[in-house]
Design a protein around this ligand. Structure first.
Ligand code: 5GP
Ligand code: ZN
Length: 134
């Protein structure tokens, strides 16, 4: 039997290979080259609902520019990330989950379950969220 870690390695190698071949889907959505229900956009970031929502509200806040993950952030990105967090708050207010509560998640690499290698902040709310997460 193939060990789980080996399967995971090949899964992520495959994902990155696909991105190189076909381009980054989140870049394409941000550039309006791929259909997306864009709920908010400005010169720095874009927000759309997750295609497989894990809660009644499940949004993705992404930088317009391609950044693979938190591992690729540099000091010059500090304003961008700060701005994205203010957009999270704005979207939470717009979706009516700011008072009831919501969770923000950034998955980084294999063991955290990152599947799209364009930085994104998950915003989840509209139901009671358990802690710790799985
Ligand atoms: P990750 O697993 O990398 O933290 O999150 C990637 C998220 O992107 C997943 O929750 C997945 O459902 C979502 N996603 C993947 N492809 C698409 C797509 O084409 N459109 C939208 N709206 N979401 C997507
Ligand atoms: Zn991208």
């Amino acid at each position: 039997m193939i060990p789980f870690a080996v399967k995971k390695f090949f899964f992520y190698a495959y994902k990155r290979g696909m991105m190189k071949l076909f381009g980054c889907i989140f870049c394409q959505m941000a550039a309006h080259e791929r259909p997306a229900e864009i709920l908010y956009e400005d010169e720095h970031c874009v927000v759309f609902p997750d295609i497989h929502p894990q809660a009644p509200v499940h949004l993705l806040v992404i930088p317009r520019r391609h950044i693979g993950s938190l591992n690729d952030l540099v000091e010059a990105d500090r304003n961008l990330i700060g701005h994205m967090m203010t957009v999270v708050g704005l979207m939470a207010r717009r979706q009516g989950i700011d008072r009831t509560g919501y969770r923000t998640v950034i998955n980084t690499n294999a063991e955290a379950g990152q599947t799209v290698f364009h930085l994104h902040i998950h915003v989840l709310g509209g139901r009671i969220l358990k802690w710790p997460p799985g």
